[in-house]
Design a protein around this ligand. Sequence first.
Ligand SMILES: NC(=[NH2+])NCCC[C@H](N)C(=O)O
Ligand SMILES: [Mn+2]
Ligand SMILES: [Mn+2]
Length: 308
Amino acid sequence: MTDKCILIGAPVQDGAGRLGCEMGPSAYRAAGLREALTDLGFVVEDRGNVAPGPACDIVHPNVAVHHLPEFHAWTRSLAEAAFQASGEGVPIFLGGDHSLSAGTIAGLSRRAKAESREFFVLWLDAHPDFHTLETTTSGNLHGTPMAYVTGQHGFGSFMPPLEAPVKPENVCMIGLRSVDPAERNALREAGVLVHDMRAVDEQGIAPLIRRFLERVDAADGVLHVSLDVDFLEPAIAPGVGTTVPGGATFREAHLVMEMLHDCGAVRSLDLVELNPFLDERGRTALLMVDLAASLMGRRILDRPTRSF
Ligand SMILES: NC(=[NH2+])NCCC[C@H](N)C(=O)O
Ligand SMILES: [Mn+2]
Ligand SMILES: [Mn+2]
């Protein structure tokens, strides 16, 4: 990893079913993200918040779909911001609902391709967000970014073209416990590596992560981590609009972050779905900052590096 972290606010909320994620970037700043990274020895540059690109008129025949022009506009500007920043340091995207990952991952994957590196995504979420514009029934576009970035059917004429679609087999999802029927089929057909909470319960989270990191390592790949607040157990992370009981515990979440740091392959991070309006005195924002710090190298005792 480089010694520079680049904070990029992505105050996107149109992809969610309720308002509030727009306040996410401010909450991370108030919770001390910059200070936590500075304490770890990083040079931190806060680039402020990204603005959406110019709006265009697009209408999809699925009448449930809402805010598609905004999704398009955010995806364009975030892809550009991600491509630029990933050439200069480790970008950390402060969300914003999960639709922002359509842009960040598109740009990061383009960067990896430009550097001839194999690109991997670790998706930590209660949901796979693998709907297409046709299959979503809620119409909330934060349920679609993973289908878009892996080049699933039907986005072509409605969304910016992808320069470097992500290989579905290079995506690992952990923490799933709310998967819609259409997503279940699509995930299987696409060949995404998925681990639901039952797998975590039966096998433990460390072996699941370790197996994936070994693949990333064998390919000398670069890894992007997309962390949705609802990956976590709602009792410890109430500040999110789509809580699902039975999420990752405090210890499991920190262990994943520590293992990610030790693997040395993480180049970028999305912190998504924080809704400060639903939070309790900032505790979810503070937990997300602590998890980001663990991923960036905060640890309890000294350990040898690259020991996943
Ligand atoms: N990023 C999220 N919180 N996604 C939740 C998606 C929930 C549901 N699958 C939907 O499409 O509406
Ligand atoms: Mn999500
Ligand atoms: Mn989710």
